[in-house]
Design a protein around this ligand. Sequence first.
Ligand SMILES: C[S@@+](CC[C@H](N)C(=O)[O-])C[C@H]1O[C@@H](n2cnc3c(N)ncnc32)[C@H](O)[C@@H]1O
Length: 199
Amino acid sequence: MGMSSSDHYFSEQPTSATAPTTHHVDVRKLKLTLAGDRGVFNQGELDWGTRVLLENAAVPAGGVLLDLGCGGGAIAVALATLRPDATVWAVDINERALEVARRTVALNNVTNVRVVAASEVPADVRFDAIWSNPPIRVGKDELHRLLKDWLARLTPDGCADLVVHKNLGADSLTKWLTAEGHTVQRHSSKQGYRILHIT
Ligand SMILES: C[S@@+](CC[C@H](N)C(=O)[O-])C[C@H]1O[C@@H](n2cnc3c(N)ncnc32)[C@H](O)[C@@H]1O
């Protein structure tokens, strides 16, 4: 993917030279323009898993929404376009991803997305819904910690939809979430991606 060996899409500060891109994509009857760059997940192309999530998850009613691990911001702008009255938070640890996500927001003329580092979301903010293509590759412990922190911030009626490939541990993640006290409904979808609907 053109990154140096120490440079992952989940690096806090990618070291690869920037190479900004722009892609036009059609998804769920939406026409989105996605900014991308080296050192940012999928370099601006719409990931298959993200597409499966965007095309199959039930659109949240509105309120305060979260794109957890926003990367270039595809999920955030889709939510913001589908629900113009909602407030959408888009968070990531990768600083370059945040810059790219801000560019994606500007390219789609949405004004209801707040792109910030995860640590910058005020502690009292609660989410009516979370949509995420989570960072499986950070490893199980870190992924579990991340999900625990953010799922705890759902409103009492809130829900989360995560897309995970079955070969990347969708089933073991489901078991862990259930053991954590969540109800998880699994929707199988094309190409081995599963949407985990969590309440
Ligand atoms: C699989 S990518 C999905 C990116 C984007 N949402 C999409 O669908 O194209 C997961 C993202 O999670 C981010 N991430 C990794 N660890 C994180 C953390 N602790 N907090 C927030 N985001 C994190 C990565 O930097 C990466 O951008």
